[in-house]
Design a protein around this ligand. Structure first.
Ligand code: URA
Length: 242
C-alpha cells in the first residue's frame, strides 16, 4: 500500500492532507524518515510513526478513556463537558467518528470505551451478549443481610424491574464490588438502593476482560487489535476475574 494511502486511512484524512504530512518530513517508517508519498509498505507489518506517535493499522479506532467525574458520556452536549472534549484531535484525527460504548453517569469514574466500529458497539452493549462490567462502589447505610443472595438471584428494583443475576462482593462496611451483565439506567445505584444503601461514589474497573489498569484519570489510550478481538465475543461467566 502507498504511504499516503496508509496515512490517510489510519488517520481519517484526505490523500492530500496525508501527502502534506509526509512532505513535511513528519513520517518515519521503522527508523527512516520517508518523504516519498508513493513509498510502498505492508500495512500489517510496517511500523509507522507521525512524530513520536506510532500508528495502528485497522479499519476502526477503539479507545479506552479513564473518565473523571464531572464530564458526561456523550459526544456532544450544549451545556456540559463531554468525554470527547478530553480527547485531542491532534492525537486522534478520527475523533469525530467515535461513539460511546454504553454510558457512565456524570459522577461515575472509570473505564469507558469509545469506538468507530458500529458492530463492536452493538456486540458490547446488546443485552444478548451480556458483557461483564465490574464496578467498585462506596456505600452508606446498612446493607441488607441477604443482598448477596438477591444479587445472585436477580435484584428487584423499586419500580418492579427484575435485574439479571449479578455478583456482589462485600469489602468491609463501606465498599462493595459489583459485577453486572447488563446496563440499565443508574443500575448499580438502583440495585444497591433496593438493598438499603446509598452509593456515594462509583468507579468502573473493567469491561469484559479489559481492565483500566494504570491509565491516569482523564487519559486515553488506543486498544491494540488483540485487545479488541479479546473483547468480542464476550465472557459468559458471572464470576468476577481476580
Ligand atoms: N450504574 C450506575 O448506577 N451508574 C453508572 O454510571 C453505571 C452503572
Amino acid at each position: 500500500m502507498r504511504l499516503d494511502q496508509y496515512i490517510a486511512r489510519v488517520e481519517g484524512l484526505t490523500r492530500n492532507q496525508a501527502r502534506k504530512i509526509i512532505k513535511r518530513s513528519q513520517v518515519r517508517v521503522e527508523t527512516e524518515v520517508v518523504i516519498d508519498t508513493g513509498h510502498h509498505i505492508d500495512p500489517r507489518e510496517a511500523t509507522v510513526f507521525i512524530g513520536e506517535r506510532q500508528l495502528t493499522y485497522g479499519e476502526h479506532l477503539t479507545l479506552m478513556i479513564h473518565k473523571p467525574a464531572g464530564v458526561v458520556t456523550a459526544t456532544r452536549d450544549r451545556s456540559h463537558r463531554t468525554v470527547l472534549d478530553l480527547i485531542a484531535s491532534r492525537d486522534y484525527p478520527r475523533k469525530r467518528d467515535l461513539m460511546c460504548v454504553g454510558r457512565l453517569d456524570k459522577d461515575t469514574t472509570g473505564l469507558l470505551l469509545l469506538t468507530t466500529d458500529g458492530g463492536l458497539l452493538q456486540r458490547l452493549t446488546h443485552p444478548r451478549h451480556g458483557v461483564l462490567k465490574r464496578y467498585l462502589a462506596r456505600i452508606e447505610g446498612p446493607l441488607a443481610e441477604d443482598a448477596q443472595a438477591r444479587f445472585a438471584a436477580g435484584v428487584e428494583l423499586r419500580d418492579g424491574t427484575i435485574c439479571r443475576p449479578a455478583s456482589l462482593e462485600v469489602r468491609g462496611m463501606s465498599e462493595v464490588l459489583v459485577g453486572l451483565h447488563e446496563g440499565r439506567y443508574h443500575q448499580v445505584k438502583r440495585m444497591l438502593a433496593a438493598c438499603g444503601v446509598r452509593v456515594t461514589s462509583l468507579h468502573r474497573q473493567s469491561v469484559g476482560g479489559l481492565a483500566l489498569g494504570a491509565l491516569p484519570r482523564g487519559e486515553t489510550r488506543q486498544l491494540t487489535p488483540e485487545e479488541v478481538s479479546a473483547l468480542s465475543p464476550p465472557p459468559k461467566s458471572t464470576d468476577m476475574p481476580q
